[in-house]
Design a binder for this molecule. Structure first.
Ligand code: TPP
Length: 621
C-alpha cells in the first residue's frame, strides 16, 4: 500500500489527506523521523512530541501566506517534512545539507531563522503588526515550549502582546520539559494549569450545570458572569495570561488533532492575542525517547533498537574536564557555586548538581538573569561559576559589562562550545566571544590548549579576585600536549617551541593545530616558534616584543571571527609599536555566519586546517 507520506510533497498537501488517515500519517512521520535522525543525528525527542501539533497547524494554516514562527526551531523537522523537504532529510545537519533549524533560504514556509530560545513571540508579534499596518489578513502563529517560556524575552513579548487588538495565536507547547526538567515557579504554575480542567472547559461545565438548575440556574449564571473575575481568581489558574490581556484556551491534548483544530479555530476569532496551551509528550512514539527525553533531546547517530550512540567520544572532552574540575574545586572551596541556564547536561554541571545540590542553580533559559544573579552571588561573598555556551552568552553582554565587570566582581564564566561548534549551524557557532569579551575592561579572557590547562585556568580563575572568562571548544581535550604545563601567570603566554623566522601564536583549540603546522613546516626546513597565547585579554606584550625582534613573520591562529579577535589585537600592537620589518598573518574565522557541518569540514572550508595554514605561511614567506 502506498504510504501516505508519499503524497506529501509540498506545503498544504496534508489538506488532501482524509481525516481518518491522520493518525496513520502521524505514525509514518514518526517512523520517518526516527529512521533519519538515527543516521544523521539531530533533535529527536522534541520533534516526536510535536507531530500532531504540527499537522494540526498545517491543516489550520495556509502556506506560505500564513506565518508560523517556531521558538528555538529545533522542533521544526515535521514542519520541514510537510513543506516539501522530506527528500533532503538524509543530508540533515550535514555540510551544505538540510539545516536542523528553520531557514528562510530553504523554504518560503519558514518565517524566521532561529536557534536561540524565547524569541518567537516577539518576532511573530512584529509580523502581526506588519500585517496590520499593511492591511493584510494572514494568520500569524508563534509556537514555543514551556522551557522557552522561562526566558525573559518571552515575558517581555507577552507583556507587549497583551495590548493587541487584532488576532495573534501563541501556541504554548507544554511537555513539562526543557532539555532537562523545566525549573522554577513558572514550571509549577504550568503544572497547575495542566491538571486543571481548563478555563474554557470549566466555564462551559459550570454554565451548563447551573443552567439546568430549575428556577435559580439562569439568574445565578448571570450573576456569576458579572462577577466573573472574582470567581476566576479563586477557581481558574489561567488568570496569569488573562490578566495580562491575553485570552487563554486550554489545556488541550496536543496529540488530538481535531481538538487542536477546534481550539485554533476558536482562537482565530478573537481580536487579541490568544494563548493556546497544548500538552504534548516529549519523545512520543519512541519508547526510549519517552523514557529518557533529555538524552534524546539532541543525539548523535544511534542504534534504534538499543538507543546507543554510534559516535560516542572516547577521549575526555573539555566539558567532562570542566565537570570533574568543578567538583574538585567545590570540595576545596566552600564558596564555589555553579550556575547554568537550563543546560545541566550540556555544560557538564549535572554531576556537580548531584554532589552539591545546594550549591547548584539551574535558572531556566535565562542567560541574562544567570549572569546578574551570579553578580549578586559574588557580591555576597561567593565564587559563582557560570557555565554557558559561547553562543548563548551573547545574550548577556550587557549583564557582563554592567553587572559583573563595572562592579569588578569575581564571577567565572565557563564558556563551552567556543569556536566552530558544528552541526547546529549559524545560530550556534561560538565564533564571536573573543570579540565581545576581550574589549571589556576588568575581564580576563583565557583559552586553554588542553584538559590540564583548563583545570589550571579554572583554579586560577576561582582564586582570582575579579571577573574571568575561560572559553573552550566542544570535543577532545586530550590534545597530546600534556608535557607543557607552565603555571598560569597573569597575562602571560606560554612558549611551547623556540624557532626562527616564523612565530605562530595560537589561541586555545588552535594550539593543537599550531603543533601540526609546525611539524609540517619542520619537514620543509622551517622551524617556527610556537606560542600558546593563553590570555586574549590582556595580551602578552612582553612576549610580542621578543617575537618582533627575532622573527620575520608573525602568525596568529584563533577560532573566532577576525574582527575584534586576538589577531587584531596583536596586529594593533604591531602598528602601535611601528614595527616595520615584520610581516603579519591573521588566521581566523571570516566575518560571516558559519553554516552547519562537521567541525573538521568547516575548518577546511574556512582555511583553519593545518595544511591550509601551512600553505598560507609558505606563501607569505
Ligand atoms: C538562549 C538559549 N539558551 C539555551 C538554548 C538551548 N536549548 C535548546 S532547546 C532548549 C529547551 C527548550 O525547551 P522547550 O522550549 O520546552 O522545548 P522542547 O524541546 O521541550 O520542545 C534549550 C535550553 C537555546 N536554544 N537558546
Amino acid at each position: 500500500m502506498p504510504k501516505l507520506l508519499d503524497s506529501i510533497n509540498q506545503a498544504n498537501d496534508i489538506k488532501k489527506i482524509d481525516q481518518r488517515d491522520h493518525d496513520k500519517l502521524a505514525e509514518e512521520i514518526r517512523s520517518f523521523l526516527i529512521q533519519n535522525v538515527s543516521k544523521t543525528g539531530g533533535h529527536l525527542a522534541s520533534n516526536l512530541g510535536v507531530v500532531e501539533l504540527t499537522m494540526a497547524l498545517h491543516l489550520f494554516l495556509g502556506f506560505p501566506q500564513d506565518k508560523l514562527v517556531w521558538d528555538v526551531g529545533h522542533q521544526a523537522y515535521v514542519h520541514k517534512v510537510l513543506t516539501g523537504r522530506k527528500e533532503l532529510f538524509s543530508s540533515l545537519r550535514q555540510i551544505d545539507g538540510l539545516s536542523g533549524f528553520p531557514k528562510r533560504e530553504e523554504s518560503q514556509c519558514d518565517s524566521f531563522d532561529t536557534g536561540h530560545s524565547s524569541t518567537a513571540i516577539s518576532a511573530a508579534l512584529g509580523l502581526v503588526k506588519a500585517r496590520d499596518l499593511s492591511g493584510g489578513s494572514n494568520k500569524v502563529v508563534a509556537v514555543l515550549g514551556d522551557g522557552a517560556l522561562t526566558g525573559g524575552m518571552a515575558f517581555e513579548a507577552l507583556n507587549n502582546a497583551g495590548r493587541l487588538k487584532t488576532n495573534f495565536i501563541i501556541v504554548l507547547n507544554d511537555n513539562n520539559m526543557s532539555i532537562s526538567e523545566n525549573v522554577g515557579g513558572l514550571a509549577n504554575y504550568l503544572g497547575k494549569l495542566r491538571t486543571s480542567s481548563g478555563y474554557t472547559g470549566f466555564k462551559e461545565n459550570m454554565e451548563s450545570t447551573l443552567n439546568q438548575m430549575p428556577g435559580v440556574g439562569k439568574v445565578l449564571v448571570e450573576k456569576l458572569k458579572r462577577s466573573k473575575d472574582a470567581i476566576k481568581y479563586f477557581m481558574l489558574p489561567s488568570m496569569f495570561f488573562e490578566d495580562m490581556g491575553l485570552t487563554y484556551i486550554g489545556p488541550i491534548d496536543g496529540h488530538n488533532i481535531s481538538q487542536m483544530l477546534m481550539a485554533f479555530d476558536a482562537a482565530s476569532r478573537a481580536k487579541k492575542a490568544v494563548v493556546v496551551h497544548v500538552i504534548t509528550k516529549k519523545g512520543k512514539g519512541y519508547q526510549l525517547a519517552e523514557n529518557y527525553p533529555a538524552r534524546f533531546h539532541s543525539v548523535e547517530p544511534f542504534d534504534i533498537k538499543s538507543g546507543a550512540s554510534l559516535r560516542e567520544d572516547k577521549t575526555p572532552s573539555y566539558t567532562k574536564t570542566f565537570s570533574d574540575a568543578m567538583i574538585r574545586l567545590a570540595r576545596e572551596n566552600k564558596k564555589v557555586v555553579a550556575i547554568t541556564a537550563a543546560m545541566p547536561f550540556g555544560t557538564g554541571l549535572y554531576d556537580f548538581k548531584k554532589q552539591f545540590p545546594d550549591r547548584f542553580f539551574d535558572v531556566g533559559i535565562a542567560e541574562q538573569h544567570a549572569v546578574t544573579f551570579a553578580a549578586g552571588f559574588a557580591m555576597g561573598g561567593y565564587k559563582p561559576v557560570v557555565a554557558i555556551y559561547s553562543t548563548f552568552l551573547q545574550r548577556a553582554y550587557d549583564q557582563i559589562i554592567h553587572d559583573v565587570c563595572i562592579n569588578g566582581l569575581p564571577v567565572v564564566f565557563a564558556i563551552d562550545r567556543a569556536g566552530i561548534s558544528g552541526r547546529d549551524g549559524k545560530t550556534h557557532q561560538g565564533t564571536f566571544d573573543l570579540s565581545f569579551l576581550s574589549h571589556i575592561p576588568n575581564l580576563l579572557v583565557m583559552a586553554p590548549k588542553n584538559k590540564y590547562e583548563l583545570e589550571e585556568m579554572l583554579r586560577y580563575a576561582v582564586d582570582y579576585n575579579g571577573p574571568v572568562a575561560i572559553r573552550y571548544p566542544k570535543g577532545d581535550a586530550y590534545t597530546g600536549l600534556a608535557d607543557h604545563q607552565a603555571p598560569i601567570e597573569y597575562g602571560k603566554a606560554e612558549k611551547l617551541m623556540e624557532g626562527t623566522d616564523v612565530a605562530i601564536l595560537a589561541v586555545g583549540s588552535m594550539v593543537k593545530t599550531g603543533v601540526e603546522v609546525v611539524e609540517v613546516l619542520a619537514a620543509q626546513g622551517i622551524t617556527p616558534t610556537l606560542i600558546n597565547a593563553r590570555f586574549v585579554s590582556p595580551i602578552d606584550k612582553e612576549i610580542l616584543e621578543e617575537l618582533f625582534e627575532k622573527h620575520k613573520l608573525i602568525v596568529t591562529l584563533e577560532e573566532n571571527v577576525k574582527s575584534g579577535g586576538y589577531g587584531q589585537k596583536v596586529a594593533d600592537y604591531l602598528c602601535e609599536r611601528d614595527v616595520r620589518n615584520v610581516k603579519f598573518l591573521n588566521i581566523s574565522v571570516p566575518d560571516q555566519f558559519i553554516e552547519h557541518g562537521g567541525v573538521n569540514e568547516l575548518h577546511q572550508r574556512f582555511g583553519l586546517d593545518p595544511q591550509s595554514i601551512v600553505n598560507r605561511i609558505i606563501e607569505m614567506l
